[in-house]
Design a protein around this ligand. Structure first.
Ligand SMILES: Cc1cc2nc3c(=O)[nH]c(=O)nc-3n(C[C@H](O)[C@H](O)[C@H](O)COP(=O)(O)O)c2cc1C
Length: 153
């Protein structure tokens, strides 16, 4: 393997190992070209029969400010989420998965130190994200249309 290839493999493993969920972004804006690069990279993902059914919408500026204000209003009103896809209640997940969820809860409490209130506050501000990319798939994608499919019975 030539050095250049080895270098890019290392870079890729670093990307994987260094990735983590950021729960409080700085105010530093993200360059439009960087956002487009991220979207272009996402669009190279494989898909069933190469259908590529997704769309990517990137919200910044006043659009993002409106989204944040609406999100905040829903949080303040105590509204729950409205998932487009059916979501199993957390108590129905496997014991291992539930232990992982409990572990995250404990970590959040430990890190934020005030029973997770700072975390909840940051979440209600959408983590101060300077841009949000929404990846969408067509409405009804998760519904079964074929009664012959085992997954649909
Ligand atoms: C589908 C999905 C939904 C998630 N929802 C939230 C969320 O609502 N709030 C949050 O703080 N993190 C959320 N996360 C991040 C996970 O909590 C996080 O990936 C996990 O704790 C592992 O941490 P890491 O990403 O830093 O490795 C979500 C991750 C995924 C994949």
């Amino acid at each position: 393997m030539i050095d250049r290839e080895r270098e890019s493999l290392m870079e890729f493993s670093q990307v994987i190992n260094r990735r983590h969920s950021v729960r409080d972004f700085t105010d530093q804006p993200v360059a439009r070209e960087d956002l487009l690069d991220i979207a272009r990279a996402a669009l190279t993902a494989p898909s069933w029969v190469n259908s590529q059914p997704w769309r990517i919408y990137i919200a910044t500026g006043t659009t993002l400010a409106d989204i944040k204000a609406q999100h905040r209003a829903h949080v303040d009103a105590g509204d729950g989420g409205h998932s487009d896809f059916p979501v199993m209640h957390r108590t129905d997940w496997s014991p291992d998965a539930q232990a992982n969820m409990a572990g995250l809860g404990a970590q959040i409490g430990e890190y934020f130190g005030d029973e997770g209130r700072a975390f909840a506050a940051s979440q209600s501000r959408l983590f101060n994200a300077q841009a949000i990319a929404y990846l969408t798939v067509p409405v009804g994608s998760s519904q079964c249309r074929s009664t012959t499919s085992a997954a649909c019975r």
